[in-house]
Design a protein around this ligand. Sequence first.
Ligand code: 5AD
Length: 333
Amino acid sequence: MNKIEELYYTDLDKLTSAAAEVCGRYFGSSVYLRGLIEFSNHCSMDCHYCGIRKSNYRAARYRMDEEEILSVIRCWHEQGLRTFVLQSGEDPLISVTRLCRLAEKIKNITGEKSALTLSCGIFTKKQFKELKNAGCDRYLMRFETSDERLYSRIRNGLKLKDRVNALYDLREAGIETGSGFMTGLPGETDETRIGNIKLCKKLELNMIGLGPFIPHPHTPLAYVSQESIDHAIRCLAIIRILMPGANIPATTATGSLDPSGREKMLSAGANVLMPNITPDKYKKDYLLYPGKICLNEPGSECIDSITMRMASTGKKLDWSRGDSLSWSQLNEQ
Ligand code: 5AD
């Protein structure tokens, strides 16, 4: 058995304590905050797992305009947030030119001491470079699963290798790269999850987001049975041990499936929380999966409740920009 396999079959409690220890060594008790704005749920993709897929005609579609987005950023920048994550579906009306203009305006408001993360789907290397020049520091694009056949099946015929190549393009464009996967997809096995962990490592990701797949009633995967969050916790712990300097969020999907899911992730090596600061009137329509938490509370309450929950894990919120420790920094240690 190689190291990853050995870790994979280790007792879960042992694994999470080892991961928590590594996390503490690299990040102390700090948990970085990222303000998440889900600015459009239009999507031209038809992923079988996702509630905002093109074919879900029941989804109420919205697109925030530039001024609405900027006013959320102004408000939260004043309150101290230093990282903003702008996420959307693959919205055909949001061109790279439009995203670049948005990034420039955001940077004018927040300055260089803040980081801007985008998560708006796949682009070409040239387009990623344009985004970088406009002020995009980080980009999130999950590979969802490392199993090529499963990937094609759940992403309506798309190819995993195109996704992986785009992740390399991001890195070459000088953007901090984030990816990750879901656990509990239909047909997934231990080998798939081990493959997912290996792919994160191979891609030398700066940020890794993972969480349980939650079947959405208005998608082709509606009738898949729900797995617990344990696979996600196990994978997270292993990834923290193997990639100690990466930024790893305690994800909303995990907190949605298990009321203490995010705390469990923070105790298993996660070091990031992403409060949802999307305006209330839109939040409820960014429903990738059912049962999503924080839909009925404004961003400020979301942060308050996170702060309270932190107390139970012995961690403290860190409002700084929180760059990932780069691979070169780690190599110098
Ligand atoms: N359950 C859990 N996570 C989901 N995502 C999309 N649909 C679901 C679902 N039904 C995740 C995907 C995507 C990210 C934005 O949200 O991993 O990349």
